[in-house]
Ligand binder design. Structure first.
Ligand code: SF4
Ligand code: SF4
Length: 423
């Protein structure tokens, strides 16, 4: 990576803590990613993005800000990126996939809280994340209680706007969510000083749909046996989707898919044919949380799909496109986002139906349900998942884990036994 010290210092990063973080990433990335055999050539771009994780993209964000643009951060796939783009802003998903600034975070949060929440608070308080420090505003949501209350505290350190995400999908919830989306559009206009116009909103919808389409194309290719790309590489791409430039990212995913189509035609894959196929579901796996996928794919199985927000939930539905006016477009946006099957909804039958459908479509042999410690919505909903999968005779392994590596050995033993049973 080039020398970005001056930029990081000017952004107010804690240089010592930031250096430590940057030193920790390359060895992990090497062990988890660069040791994989037969990786597609198209992964070079995504390796480059990781190599430049706090460099080039941050430079782009800083240049955007210098020219008067705004950067808006989000922690949830419910935040409509299209609206931010239509107002000339950049929307980035903030990661929170690593234990960082824990001591700082525990000064304001209880110890027993989900690691994702602790991580985002730690990132902010320890001042180690240049993405966070680039944000002019963060958009939170009322999905789970822990996040909802943590956003109140976060607001002491960065402006936070909260979108009220409903917990049911009745007509009145749809009306509430549509109102929230409309309010968000007005707020973004005020914040950026830029009125959202019909053509810009239509273009933003098309571009973000283009990203979703490219990711779906990649997902479709993973239905083949042998799998043309590993689950770990696919997850990495899905994680990078949250913060990379939308158009460039879409092109790179499509280029990769061109290459993978050739591999599929030639019967080439990254694992031998008939390798046990697994679907991962549960709480999102934010970058650089690769622990469980790495264990699965070094224990004799391949991950063929992620029913996660860093996975299919992020790109499976599109916003309807058409010639509608702004009001109609915002309604289409609201409809699309309310289709996400997050465990905070009650009841949440869509997620169970989707899982069974995915197992059939991707010809999966089993499902690994992975919950972050202290994540009540997914930990409790695992019971519903178990019930439905049992009825369909689909093998399931339930895991609860955090960001630390202490349980790696124990997880490996359980995952190996599960895969052996699948095989
Ligand atoms: S799991 Fe729910 S709260 Fe978390 S990112 Fe997904 S939609 Fe948002
Ligand atoms: S992982 Fe679970 S507890 Fe943590 S923020 Fe997401 S929904 Fe909330």
């Amino acid at each position: 990576m080039s020398n970005y010290n001056e930029m990081w210092r000017a952004m107010g990063l804690n240089m010592q803590a930031h250096d430590q973080l940057l030193r920790a990433l390359p060895p992990t990335y090497h062990d988890v990613y660069l040791t994989q055999p037969s990786r597609p050539r198209g992964m070079e771009y995504f390796d480059f993005v990781v190599n430049e994780i706090h460099g080039l993209r941050i430079q782009e964000l800083q240049e955007h800000k210098k020219s008067g643009g705004k950067v808006i951060g989000a922690f949830c796939v419910f935040v409509p990126e299209e609206i931010v783009r239509a107002a000339g802003g950049i929307c980035i998903g903030l990661c929170s996939g690593i234990d960082i600034g824990t001591a700082e975070a525990e000064k304001v949060l209880p110890r027993n809280i989900c690691p994702l929440i602790k991580s985002f608070m730690g990132f902010k308080l320890a001042k180690v994340c240049p993405y966070f420090e680039s944000c002019d505003m963060v958009v939170g949501e009322t999905t789970c209680d822990g996040k909802k209350k943590a956003f109140e505290i976060l607001n002491d350190y960065v402006p936070v706007h909260i979108m009220e995400t409903p917990h049911m999908k009745k007509e009145r919830d749809r009306a509430l969510w549509l109102q929230e989306v409309n309010d968000f559009a007005r707020l973004v206009e005020e914040f950026t000083g830029c009125d959202i116009k019909g053509p810009e909103l239509a273009k933003a919808i098309q571009e973000v749909n283009g990203k979703r389409r490219a990711l779906r194309r990649l997902a479709e290719l993973r239905k083949n046996d042998p799998a043309p790309i590993s689950g770990k590489d696919s997850l990495l791409i899905e994680q990078i989707a949250m913060y990379d430039d939308v158009v460039r990212f879409t092109n790179k995913v499509n280029e990769l898919c061109d290459e993978l189509e050739g591999k599929v035609k030639n019967g080439e894959g990254v694992f031998p044919r008939k390798t046990p196929r697994v679907i991962v579901t549960g709480t999102p796996m934010a970058i650089p949380n690769w622990k469980v996928p790495h264990i699965i794919e070094t224990s004799g199985a391949v991950i063929v799909a992620e029913e996660l927000c860093t996975g299919l939930r992020y790109f499976e539905n599109e916003v309807a496109e058409g010639d509608g006016n702004i009001e109609a477009m915002l309604r289409n946006i609201a409809d699309r986002y309310l289709g996400i099957n997050c465990a905070v909804f009650t009841p949440n039958p869509g997620r169970m139906e989707k899982l069974v459908q995915l197992v059939r479509e991707y010809n999966a042999d089993g499902v690994v349900h992975c919950t972050l410690s202290f994540c009540d919505p997914y930990a409790v909903e695992a019971n519903r998942v178990e019930k439905v999968l049992k009825k369909e005779n689909i093998p399931l392994l339930k895991i609860e884990t955090g960001y630390d590596q202490e349980d790696t050995g124990q997880l490996k033993t359980r995952i190996e036994a599960f895969i052996e049973m699948l095989g």
